[in-house]
Design a protein around this ligand. Structure first.
Ligand code: GLN
Length: 543
């Protein structure tokens, strides 16, 4: 098999940045002309991330084929500028279900079902299937959880240990991400916790080839020597990863520290097809952002701010657009239940209402949208942000004062956002929404068509409710433009206001944030940030 296997695990604490480390490595390999297929395995028992609360677990990322996945998949897409599918994320729960389904069918011929070999085989088969069908140069496998701390990680550790035997240890690289510790109050460097983590790793029958050490300051020659000695890893394979201001600086820093070079060397590969890594455009974007002099302030008017990762794809997509326009981004998180909502929106250059579920905070969003519409502040509504914009328009322009979405008021006399027949009667919570990529036809002469530069596009969806077809004519007569519709014209995919009424007022039923990457900012986010910068220039606001 030509595919090489790269396994990335994490130790010491959770949230150590395995996803960013692994996706940075992917970028460094792609920049050398290699092909990379990333897979994130999540040891938790949920079947997928679809039913997880955004305040507890952060955003749910959606792929083109409609998988509801861990937010780390977003990092891979943004860093690697590739589109992934459901094969790139699986959980223990889905592995258990598959094994038990086989058992019920009688596939195991009456045998006792065990972690080894049944669960571990299922895990290996999933990884090997992708390697065989896609034949990437590298299968980049990130194992979620913390080695030495999570029980759930064990079957995965055992599976990759066996897989390495199967495909040959020389075709695998084990990369373990750990962190330096700093003791209070002297702030002295401590390496024991990371040494212990390597020990737990060895206890699983695995030995790391490369150690990535997260640190808040350079770790220094003495510490590297010490880590090398105690962990039996050559000094050149201890890769320092010092905190950076932005995650997009990390691939550059890791390249400088020889990360990809050491991975290739341990596989006896000298260099990629292009020889050296081509990071010129990446470097240029990072620098453009760092040296930018103007600031663009965008209000993110939502209700999941308690968790910083709830809107991660939206935040990153705004960042990509800001870097592209050579402006620094300031995201002003505005809680839609804030009593000072309108005050908080006063000095921003643009307002964005992201996706969300349930009644809480809706009225604040509607007030904020009214403010944006009446004061010509650039507005971008995503999914729930389109639905609330339609409710606002119905109430305040069409004068349907009781208008609402049936998600928030089942008995409303004007259900302008409703559930369509195909979705009715669904009681299961997981995987029952309109999910994944759907085509939209963009209408001639609209702002949205101009932004995309073509008339047929695909965007990803994750929602249950739609603009009610019974009101389509009333909306159009009232001045709301349907910039994009589903091919059968039944579903509203994009709305906008006429140019003479508003400089930039756009809503989409889709989630374009899932398709933005650092090198290729999404056109809609780019147009929104541009409109925000223009407003700022014309209003002369200094911020
Ligand atoms: N709650 C809305 C729906 O289900 C919007 C979902 C979203 O914003 N992703 O249609």
């Amino acid at each position: 098999m030509k595919t090489k296997f790269l396994f990335v695990t994490g130790g010491v604490i959770s949230g150590i940045g395995k996803g960013i480390t692994a996706s940075s490595l992917g970028r460094l390999l792609i920049s050398r002309g290699f092909s990379v297929f990333p897979i994130k395995v999540d040891p938790y028992l949920n079947e997928d991330a679809g039913t997880m609360n955004p305040i507890q677990h952060g955003e749910v990322f959606v792929t083109d084929d409609g998988a509801e996945t861990d937010l780390d998949l977003g990092h891979y897409e943004r860093m690697l500028s590739i589109h992934l599918d459901k094969r790139s994320n699986f959980t223990s729960g889905s592995v258990f279900r598959a094994v038990l389904d086989k058992e019920r069918r009688g596939d195991f011929l009456g045998k006792t079902i065990q972690f080894v070999p049944h669960i571990t085989d299922e895990i290996q088969e999933r990884l090997l299937d992708v390697a065989k069908t896609e034949e990437p140069d590298f299968l980049l496998v990130e194992i979620g959880g913390t080695v030495g701390a999570d029980i759930e990680i064990q079957p995965f550790a055992e599976a990759i240990r066996q897989l390495a035997l199967k495909v040959g240890r020389e075709n695998c690289v084990f990369i373990h991400v750990v962190k330096m510790d700093y003791v209070f109050p002297s702030d002295e460097d401590k390496t024991k916790p990371l040494q212990n983590s390597v020990r737990s790793f060895l206890g699983l029958g695995l030995s790391p080839d490369i150690l990535v050490v997260r640190a808040k300051r350079p770790i220094g020659e003495e510490n590297i020597k010490k880590i090398s000695l105690f962990c039996s890893i050559p000094k050149s394979r201890i890769i320092e990863a010092v905190d950076t201001k932005s995650i997009y600086e990390i691939p550059l820093a890791l390249e400088k520290n020889g990360f990809a070079k050491e991975v290739l060397r341990s596989l006896h590969i000298n260099h990629g097809r292009q020889g050296k890594a081509d990071l010129a455009l990446w470097d240029e974007r990072v620098r453009a952002y760092e040296t930018a002099e103007r600031i663009v302030t965008v209000a993110l008017l939502g209700k999941y701010h308690a968790q910083s990762d709830s809107y991660i794809s939206v935040r990153e997509a705004l960042y990509h657009a800001a870097a592209f326009h050579k402006a620094k981004l300031h995201i002003h998180s505005v809680d839609s239940e804030s009593p000072h909502l309108l005050q908080e929106l006063r000095n921003v250059d643009a307002i964005l209402v992201p996706g969300g579920y349930g009644k809480r905070g809706i009225e604040g969003m509607i007030r904020g949208i009214q403010f944006a519409r009446e004061n010509k502040v650039p507005y971008f509504g995503i999914c729930l942000g389109l639905q609330t914009a339609v409710v606002e328009f119905s109430r305040n322009v069409l004068n349907l004062k009781k208008a609402n979405s049936i998600e928030f008021d089942e008995k409303t006399s004007h259900p302008v956002i409703t559930i369509l027949s195909g979705q009715k009667g669904i009681t299961n919570a997981g995987g029952t929404q309109r999910l994944g990529a759907y085509r939209a036809i963009l209408q001639p002469g609209t702002l949205i068509k101009k932004i995309y530069g073509r008339s047929s596009i695909f965007e990803r969806h994750r929602h249950r409710f739609e603009v009610n077809p019974k009101y389509h004519t009333r909306f159009k007569r009232g001045g709301l433009i349907f910039g994009g519709l589903s091919p059968d014209k039944r579903l509203v995919e994009f709305i906008e206001l006429p140019k003479d009424a508003h400089p930039f007022f756009v809503g989409t039923q889709a989630h374009p944030e899932f398709k933005s990457s650092f090198l290729y900012p999404h056109p809609l986010f780019s147009a929104f940030v541009k409109a925000a910068l223009e407003r700022k220039k014309s209003s002369g606001v200094l911020n």
